[in-house]
Design a binder for this molecule. Structure first.
Ligand SMILES: NC(=O)c1ccc[n+]([C@@H]2O[C@H](COP(=O)([O-])OP(=O)(O)OC[C@H]3O[C@@H](n4cnc5c(N)ncnc54)[C@H](O)[C@@H]3O)[C@@H](O)[C@H]2O)c1
Ligand SMILES: [Zn+2]
Ligand SMILES: [Zn+2]
Length: 396
């Protein structure tokens, strides 16, 4: 079977690999119909993880069950499913509490496991034709319909970025009427903004500097903020200050709440410097959020901060240690949530919103390719050029 294989920094190859089989009675074998490329794959592509070469990439996977092991009870050959990117056992202390993103038993080295990902166990990825699904009863979400129907592009986003965007809004305590700023208009930032709007947030700002991504944010109903036009924190505060309706309703002292209540970092440790897009400044977004989020507000760090990071600028950064403005955050009583998304906590109800026509996350997909085009798509997505926002590899 053909597979997208990590061969080192800026090198992915499409090569033949042996098709996996059923190794444990609780396994299923999935015939992949769509696998997406994720911003998280780029950390490996950029050589910014401890990923070994020779592995199949890809953790956003859906398809049709080909075969199940003798212990699998709730799914069968022919079922159409999407896989949460985290692999859980379903029965450990954390899985039992709904936190399969910190499963304690699937990966012997850490409390994390995922397909095709650095530091998350030795599981092969899904940018290929067939994938072994461990603990298939727990790790496969059934979806209706047929491959490549009108929902394929929506359902594939249930593997990671739709639940992840939703989780970002949970970390940032977004609810009806909330004021929200999302940094990063990549797929995760866009679906964080979309989730905030689904929840009924009042104001949703999305910050980036890539025009086509900001245009997508506007299409979803958010207010785009272009870093190229000036300091994004000041832009948002000015916009709120110059809105007469917002100003007219203030009681004494409320001018001290001129920012937003909910901040989301959908960029992570590879954040670019506002002054020079070619340069990284891992603390750029957190520094802005510390100034933008009002006293008593909430921040969700959904973008990844990687440890170890072989490409970190300093010894501390190589170990994932950063100088965050903790005094300012503490002084304002800000809560911060972070970490990998527990996909299974959200994927069922988000699936049902899609089926019901209330959510259409597939609107952000820009490219559908064949597997042979994956190396070129990685290169363009990595440079964020030519409108590459979300790429699906289809196996028709
Ligand atoms: N926590 C999780 O479970 C989880 C799951 C999936 C992805 N992620 C992470 O989310 C992050 C975003 O991934 P993505 O798929 O959206 O792709 P992406 O990496 O393309 O998106 C990042 C966006 O941030 C923008 N950006 C860079 N510097 C910025 C700055 N200083 N201010 C504002 N915007 C800036 C870029 O232009 C880009 O559009 C990555 O770190 C990814 O690993 C986390
Ligand atoms: Zn992903
Ligand atoms: Zn578990």
């Amino acid at each position: 079977m053909k597979a997208v294989i990590f061969e080192g920094a800026y090198e992915v190859e499409v090569r033949d690999k042996d098709r996996p089989g059923i190794a444990e009675p609780t396994d299923a074998l999935l015939r992949v119909t769509t696998a997406a490329i994720c911003g998280s794959d780029l950390h490996m592509y950029d050589g910014r993880t401890a990923m070994e070469t020779g592995h199949i990439l890809g953790h956003e996977i859906m398809g049709v069950i080909e075969q199940v092991g003798p212990a699998v009870r709730s799914i069968k050959a022919g079922d159409r499913v999407v896989l949460p990117f985290n692999i859980g056992c379903g029965v450990c202390f954390n899985c039992n509490r709904g936190l399969a993103n910190f499963c304690l038993t699937v990966n012997p080295e850490k409390a994390h496991a995922a397909y095709g990902y650095a530091g998350m166990g030795k599981f092969e990825g899904g940018q290929t034709e067939y994938v072994r699904v461990p603990f298939a009863d727990f790790n496969a979400l059934k979806v209706p319909g047929q491959p490549f129907d009108e929902f394929e592009d929506d359902f594939i986003l249930l593997a990671d970025i739709f639940p992840t965007g939703y989780h970002a809004t949970e970390l940032a305590h977004v609810g009806p009427g909330s004021t929200v700023a999302v940094f990063g208009a990549g797929p995760v930032g866009l679906l964080s903004a979309y989730s905030a709007l689904l929840k009924g947030a009042a104001e949703v700002y999305v910050v980036d500097r890539i025009e086509e991504r900001l245009a997508l944010a506007a299409e979803l109903g958010a207010t785009p903020i272009d870093i190229a036009k000036g300091n994004p924190v000041e832009q948002i505060k000015d916009m709120r200050r110059s809105n007469a309706l917002l100003q007219d309703r203030l009681r004494p002292g409320e001018d001290k709440m001129g920012g937003v209540m909910c901040g989301i970092d959908a960029v992570g440790y590879q954040a670019r410097s506002d002054d020079d897009y070619e340069r990284e400044n891992a603390m750029q977004v957190i520094t802005h959020l510390a100034s933008l989020v009002n006293p008593t507000g909430h921040i969700g760090l959904i973008g990844v901060y990687m440890q170890p990071d072989p490409g970190g600028g300093t010894d501390a950064e190589k170990q994932g240690i950063y100088p965050i403005p903790i005094g300012q955050l503490w002084g304002n009583g800000i809560t911060i949530g972070m970490g990998q998304c527990p996909v299974k906590r959200y994927n069922e109800f988000l699936r049902d919103l899609i089926i019901d026509g209330r959510a259409k996350p597939g609107r952000i997909i820009t490219h559908r390719i064949r597997i042979g085009d994956a190396p070129g798509a990685y290169a363009k997505f990595d440079k964020r050029v030519d409108g590459y926002v979300k790429v699906l590899i289809q196996f028709r």
